[in-house]
Structures are given as structure tokens and as C-alpha cells.
Design a protein around this ligand. Sequence first.
Ligand code: TXD
Length: 319
Amino acid sequence: MRKKISLIGAGQIGGTLAHLIAIKELADVVLFDISAGIAKGKALDIAQSSGVEGFDVDLTGTDSYEDTKNSDVIIITAGVPRKPGMSRDDLLGTNLKIIKEVGLGIKKTSPNAFVICITNPLDVIVMALQKYSNLPTNKVVGMAGILDTSRFKYFLAKELNISIKEIDTLVLGGHGDFMVPMPNRTTIGKKPLKEFISQKKISTENLENIVDRTRKGGAEIIKLLEKGSAFYAPASSGVEMAESYLKNQKKVLPCAAFLNGEYGVKNLYAGVPVVIGEKGVEKIVELKLDNEEKKYFNKSIEAVNELFNAAKNIDPSLK
Ligand code: TXD
């Protein structure tokens, strides 16, 4: 029996998720959107590529939660993306209302699903989603750190002219301007990044520019596209999380996860490395942060907390 993934939101990221999941034959796909035509049209179009790609999965489109029931995985992109000049936080009001509707929808139809939230502002939206859906905190997780880490890896690989496969690193904290790329936890071809700096293969100034470009990675693409925001890399990142769950791969992945004391943070979602396996978020991986990393991480947590307070002012039921 094939697994079932429902994609709530069939827009730029939702359509790309469906395409990637189909080509990887990960699961049958239900594309859900309030614009039923978009969901149905994209499902049919991708299904018609199976004659070329050779995948055997079913794809359907709908605007009814009934059709998404008993999903193994739900990936949520429902919401509006940023326009040039907007911050991720500017989306809070609109997307909070949408995520309440989604949370109530999936609560009834897929109480046992592993839910991956992508909608921005990510850390607060995933927190609100968990409260609205009342699904267990280890089964509701946000996608951001994998994307931010992939951007950081890409910029480093280009700067050092080395295969991206040789770069191991991560980005910690909230998916915002205070996210924490971790140069001190970066190895390139098994050698610490520090060695490349001391050998002058990369200047500290260029490294700082790469950290800054990673933080602003989303805004850079929004400016170029003029309409919409990044969707290929976000979709690839969401699929990696779904795959680790469905295949019980137990990968260590940077995700927005519920912290209950880890990293000194309680009752808040933030980007940390977690083990994703068949039980969902199976473990929070606690790193020993140095003072600088701790300073930046705590600043990032403050920003998430502030935005969550704004969300609670909008909807007191989140208190
Ligand atoms: O790293 C990350 N987490 C971010 C997330 C990376 C990139 C983009 N990020 C955010 O994902 C972005 O800021 C948006 O909040 C979401 C979705 O971005 P996308 O580019 O896919 O937006 P689209 O193309 O506008 O698609 C959104 C779809 C669209 O088809 C709407 O009709 C639908 O959402 N929508 C709904 N579906 C279901 N239910 C409701 N209520 C609803 N409202 C809108």
C-alpha cells in the first residue's frame, strides 16, 4: 500500500513538492488548495509526465479536506508569499488566519500525520499550527533550516570552488534576519573552515558577506523574481524531511522543532538539529554552543518570541 502525502497549498512550492514526490515515487499525492482548479490542474499535468518519467503514483487535486484524510504526511504551504521589500514578519496577520483554518482542517482528517509546515513567518506559524491542530509536538515541525543551510553550503562551495557534497555545516535559530549560520561548525572536505581562513583561501570579510547573503537569501530571490518567492530549494528541503520520516532514515536535519528546555528554551519552536524518523521528531540534538553562537541563538529566540507575542495579540486563543 503506497503512502499518502497531502500538500495543503498547490502554489509555487506546493506544485514543486508534488513534482519531486512523484518523480521520487515517495507516495501518492493529494494537492489541496482553495483554488481547486489550480490543485486539479497541477495534479493532472504532473500525472501526465509519468509516461516520460516512469513513476507509478496517483496524483489528485481537491479543495475538500475529506480527500486528504488519513494522510501519512502533510506539507503545508498555504498562505501568501512576500512581495519585494516585505519582511517575513509582514505576512503574520494574513497567514495566521489561513493556518488556523488549515490546523482545524487537518485535526479532523489526519490526526496521525507527520506535519511539515513551510508557510512564513515560519517559526511562529508552525507554533500556531501545532496549537490549532493540537497534534503532538513531535509530529509538527517547520521547514527552514535545511533551506538556509543549503544556501550557506552553496555560497561556500562557490567561494572555495569545491563540490557542495564536501561541505558539512548548519544554520541554527529562527528563519529570519537573526538566523545563525555556524562557521565554527563548518567542515570542508573534512577540514575545519578555520583552516581555510588561516590559509587565506577565504577572507573573514568574504565569509561575513556569505553569512549575510544566507540571511537575506530569500529577499535576494524575491527581488529578482519580482512576483513570488523562492520555491525550488524550499520544496527540495521539505521533501528531504518527508523522506526521512517515511523511510525512517533518522537523518539529523536542522528544522523548526518544539523545544521543552533544550538549548535553555521552553515551549517555543526554533531551528535546531533534530533526528527525523518514523516517530517524527525523535530527538533534539543539543550542540554545545560557544559564547558567540549562544549570543546569536538567543537573539534569534528573542525575535521568535516577540513575533509570537504579536500573534497572541492577534488571536488570544494562542495564549
Ligand atoms: O523556508 C521557508 N519556510 C520559506 C517559506 C521559503 C520560501 C517561501 N516560504 C513561504 O511559503 C511563503 O512566504 C508563503 O508563505 C508559503 C508559500 O509560498 P508559495 O511561493 O508556494 O506561495 P503561492 O505560490 O502563493 O502558493 C500559496 C497557495 C496558493 O495557491 C493559494 O491559493 C493557497 O496557498 N491558499 C490556500 N490553500 C489552502 N487553504 C487556504 N486557506 C489557502 N489560502 C491560500
